[in-house]
Unconditional design. Structure first.
Length: 736
């Protein structure tokens, strides 16, 4: 059982949550009082001056009308603020060196004595919550993030910013607890290490926002925490720029995004968007896939060859009918355009337009060609039909477009395309063979087609769907919403309040030429080593004018081509200003665990950036053998549950996930995940099931196993079906 300041972790955490809940309850009681007051003020404002609009307003009533508008507007504004900020109101606390505890939230709340219960995050007094670092604590000893669900505190996470001035009984929860323990150590070496950690982290957090900031380092070096604190720091230091432009934070999975929500609290504005890589394209293709492809399909879908594949697909006969002669009858005369001319029109239009956006232009060109051919027979038709209405351009267009032949032609020759509809065609092996000819091997073609025969979309498909949207464009809306009536229907007896603010409100129309995707002023990408070339293209569309913070470790990459990752970064940086910070100290993994993991990655990836592990538990990893690895995993989980009070992670290959999950069962503190899903996460104890199978099913091979081996903070157990496992660094490794 872990001890901290005189009690178990669970007991201390429960006590700390109870203390914070008491304060949050007090805040919401006060909020209810303020809401009732605002409601009363709003009612008073409405009663100041009323009119049934059946009489003229006298000039002397003008002042009272203006006062009513202003009074009611301010009351309504206050009431709307109170109601909108009801969720997640309190999210932070600062414990200062002078003993004051200062709570930070989405809005300021004072008690009936005008003493602050919550400080608005935008106020100067809240500045240390975002800007304080261990190197410059700004008189703050401990910074705490409160995780709330509604009005209930469900967790806390602490940063120890000033260990020198911390009381020995100060409770520090979460990752900050390790720094607290190191700071309290009496040995000079530990203090030197803490200073090193704090210094390198502080420098990265406070780096200029312009251009690209790279933060690299091995597992357990705090890259993610540094990056998220950097995001908060930038939002506070350059508030106007990043509030207006927005910040996008991207992680590898929804599991990871749920995990980091505790580190980056709500900032009181809609300025931070958290998205897993599979949901980045939700602004144009709101599908949110979570399924992961097999190794071959994932590699194919992530590579730049897919740009050519998709371009071919948008013009394949499975999507767009090949050109045939167009024949339209006008006043009894057949007008024909040969297929060769139609293909030239298509090619010329696509040189200047995206497919959907060029449809109108292409059809206009075809009608123009028909008109030109009509001119050659117009005199003969006029002689045969002397009483016919004169053929104007408008009449000619109406005659053409109203014909069934034209409607059938337009739909098949230039259909309106949807990205999902287009990509679905790849489930047909014949289509795949045509559009990937010369680009993919037969094995890759088979894996690609098979992936689309499974239900639902995969994470890799999100980037392909987004690429298709960028490639084909957005179809223009043909039908508009009918405008609503300006007046109330059946509104007799309804009293209305129209304020000056209502009358001054401008209606802003959407820009028809705007890009379909949202763009941001700053993009933070965590676990960037896993971003495929196609996903980088997706991200760059959302950060075309953004500054970037990129966090990663090539040694943990699931993308097989590390050189391609480096090239993607170089293309992103270009000539922009950039800076690189390396986190060199692993303060999460015990040295006993990291010695094993480091040997594994060094064997397969000699240039890996292996940090220094600074803590030891005295417990060596257990390398167990069990013929039935699932049963062995269940036994290992039981052993860890008896030894540890904290969380337990079971890491397995994707193909074994369902079986292992069913065998382990559903327990709150036990999580069964794939190695890919475990990225960025940590557990007190970890069971890695059949490491060789994890390597075989991952595009990144041993690099993804390295991720799995570095998840525990205390104890690691591996389960192999035999003692000749290929992943083990040496035949003399400790084992059972």
């Amino acid at each position: 059982m872990t001890e901290h300041a005189g009690g178990s972790t669970e007991t201390l955490l429960a006590a700390e949550i109870a203390e914070e809940q008491a304060h949050v309850d007090k805040v919401y009681v006060r909020l209810s009082e303020l809401t009732r007051t605002a409601q009363g003020v709003a009612a008073d404002g409405r009663s100041l001056h009323q009119s049934d609009r059946l009489s003229f307003v006298r000039e002397e009533d003008g002042t009272s009308l203006f006062e009513r508008d202003a009074f009611s507007y301010q009351a309504a504004k206050r009431l709307a603020t109170l109601e909108s900020e009801h969720e997640g109101l309190v999210f932070g606390r600062l414990d200062r060196r002078d003993g004051e505890a200062r709570y930070i939230g989405r809005m300021g709340v004072r008690d009936d004595q005008y003493e602050p219960l919550v400080v608005d995050w935008r106020a100067r007094a809240a500045e240390p919550f975002y800007r304080a670092t261990p190197a410059n604590p700004m008189d703050v000893v401990r910074r705490r993030v409160l995780r709330c669900r509604g009005e209930v505190v469900i967790g806390v996470e602490d940063d120890l910013l000033d260990g020198e001035n911390a009381d020995d009984q100060l409770v520090v929860i979460g990752e900050g607890a390790l720094l607290a323990a190191l700071s309290r150590s009496r040995g000079p070496r530990m203090r030197d290490i803490v200073a090193t950690i704090q210094g390198e982290q502080d420098e990265a957090i406070r780096a200029p926002y312009q251009g690209v900031t790279l933060i690299t380092g091995g597992p357990g070096t705090g890259k993610t925490v540094v990056a998220l604190h950097r995001a908060a720091y930038l939002l506070y230091s350059h508030r106007r720029r990043f509030e207006n432009g927005g910040v996008l934070v991207v992680g590898p999975s929804s599991v990871f995004m749920n995990y980091i929500e505790r580190v980056l609290p709500s900032l009181g504005e809609d300025s931070v968007t958290l998205r897993s890589i599979g949901r980045v394209a939700d602004d144009v293709v709101p599908l949110g896939p979570e399924r992961l492809d097999g190794a071959t399909a994932a590699t194919v879908k992530g590579g730049l060859r897919m740009v050519k594949v998709l371009r071919r697909l948008t013009r394949d006969r499975s999507v767009v009918a090949p050109s045939q002669d167009l024949r339209v009858v006008i006043r009894g005369e057949a007008i024909r355009i040969p297929a060769e001319r139609l293909e030239r029109i298509r090619t010329e239009v696509l040189q200047r337009h995206k497919i959907n956006e060029g449809r109108d232009a292409a059809l206009e060109r075809v009608i123009g060609s028909l008109r030109s051919r009509w001119e050659s027979v117009a005199d003969e038709v006029a002689i045969e039909q002397p009483d016919a209405e004169p053929m104007t351009d408008e009449l000619f267009t109406d005659l053409v477009t109203s014909s069934a032949a034209w409607r059938m032609f337009a739909q098949s020759w230039w259909p309106v395309l949807e990205s999902a509809q287009v990509l679905t065609q790849l489930q047909n092996r014949d289509v795949v063979a045509r559009v990937t000819d010369g680009l993919l091997s037969a094995h890759e073609q088979q894996a690609l087609a098979a992936s689309y025969q499974q239900p639902g979309w995969s994470v890799a498909d999100a980037a392909l769907l987004d690429e298709l949207v960028a490639m084909i464009g957005i179809a223009s809306a043909e039908d508009e919403e009918p405008e609503g009536s300006l007046f109330l229907e059946d509104g007799a007896g309804v009293q209305e309040l129209v304020s000056t603010a209502d009358r001054l409100t401008r209606v802003i129309e959407a820009d028809p030429d705007a890009e379909p995707h949202q763009t941001y002023a700053h993009v933070l990408v965590d676990e960037a080593q896993d971003i495929t070339p196609m996903q980088w293209r997706m991200l760059r569309r959302r950060g075309s004018r953004a500054s970037w913070t990129i966090v990663g470790d090539p040694a943990q990459s699931s993308w097989p081509d590390v050189a391609e990752y480096d090239l993607a970064l170089q293309d992103l940086i270009g000539n922009a200003p950039h800076r690189h910070f390396r986190m060199s100290t692993n303060y999460r993994s015990p040295a006993e665990v990291y010695d094993l993991a480091g040997a594994v990655i060094a064997k397969a990836f000699g240039s890996a950036d292996v940090p220094q592990a600074v803590r030891s538990t005295g417990v060596e990893p257990e390398l167990r053998v069990a013929t039935d690895v699932v049963a062995g995993a269940v036994a290992a989980v039981s052993d860890l549950a008896n030894q540890l009070d904290g969380s337990i992670g079971v890491v397995t290959a994707p193909s074994a996930l369902a079986e292992v999950s069913a065998a382990v069962g559903d327990l709150d503190r036990i999580a069964v995940v794939t190695a890919q899903q475990s990225k960025g996460l940590e557990y007190d104890g970890v069971v890695v099931v059949d490491p060789d199978r994890i390597v075989a099913e991952s595009p990144g091979g041993t690099r993804l196993l390295y991720v799995a081996l570095t998840r525990p903070t205390q104890h690691l157990i591996t389960i192999d079906p035999h003692d000749r496992a290929a992943w083990r660094p040496t035949p003399t490794a400790n084992g059972a």
